[in-house]
Ligand binder design. Sequence first.
Ligand code: AMP
Ligand code: GLY
Length: 429
Amino acid sequence: MNILVLGSGGREHTFVWKISQSKNVGKIYAAPGNAGTSQLAQNIPVDINDFPAVKDLILKFDIGMVVVGPEEPLVRGIRDYFKEEGLLDKLILIGPDKKGASLEGSKDFSKKFMEKYGVPTAKALTVNKENLSEGLSFLETLSSPYVLKADGLAAGKGVIISPNLEEAKSALKTMLDGQFGAASQKVLIEEFLDGIELSVFVLTDGINYKILPEAKDYKRIGEGDTGPNTGGMGAVSPVLFADKDFMSKVEERVIKPTVKGLQEEGMDYVGFIFIGLMNIGGEPFVIEYNVRMGDPETQAVLPRLDSDLLELFKATANNSLNEFELKTSNHTTTTVVAAAGGYPGSYEKGKVISGLDNANNATVFHAGTKESDGLVITNGGRVIAVTGMSSSIEGALEKSYNALSEIDWEGMNFRKDIGQDLIAFMSKS
Ligand code: AMP
Ligand code: GLY
């Protein structure tokens, strides 16, 4: 079976890498891909939000399965388009329909879904310009810090957390005035959840589901979780505080009611649910749903999957997920992202990356890279993600950082403290 992976980041390189190890894989294509995917797949320069162009690719290359990496094509309805075009009769598409993707595409929709199906989450109120005064009064009932979220997709930048009530009130007005364009025509005001964050990943056919290894993401650019938010500067799996007891609460209180909700809402949900959670004193609360895998969490999660990913996807699409035996490794993976100097602010592209061939004992996943005249050059903010795997977190980190010490480009920047919070947690418990 020929496979098409849509996207160009580290997550997509990881999908290509894992699928390339599958028994029954034919040719792999990545659109548009990066310098990493091109080593294992054929890159095709196509705009993945141009669905007729994607359809042409599918017909031209006799594709049997499409794996959608990022959320945008899902939120724009790629599954619905494929259905209308009659493509889903012969083709597996990993990704939910537009209604399912609203769980990520609209934070208001997602909050109402959680409330309707009894999924534990932060108390919230959605406001627009018409009921602004209600929003301002609601803010007064909360305690600091105050959380404001743009309703729509805002490239990961739509959440503002403010310690000060007056600042939060004025930030709310600025957001409703169009700070994030149409995405902030509606804003959620949310109670702050004070706990430790982790992400749980579920693959579902809309009825059955498998829980994949969980991961912890490192969102801030600076060490000690300081500075602005990024797409994610590192990931570790497993997460030590997500013990059996906690994970069974997650399954009973979050995953089961969520999957029930997918059914009752009539969503055509074949794909991933990425559940952003806060662990507050051992109790799980949902911060958000994403309808795709995380980046860089995928780079830590998929290496821990011993099962054949292609077969797992086939089982998902053929409604036989409940018969699939998911095998995972009990090793720890640590992923460290190296970014362009200046990221997440403005940064330069086109820097030559050296040393990639010397990075041994770890897997280098490419994100913002491309080939140019036989060289690999930087082409984005997050450039590579390096995953080490070992029986201990310390061993995994050593592999990630040793590999990174071989690699260089002008302005390269990475956090040196990935996983240190988990090591400290372990030594306390
Ligand atoms: P989101 O875009 O919903 O993932 O939010 C971005 C980040 O903001 C999350 O990963 C959390 O770290 C933080 N965050 C969002 N909502 C809350 C909340 N209610 N309480 C505390 N932190 C939050
Ligand atoms: N690393 C967070 C995300 O993929 O949304």
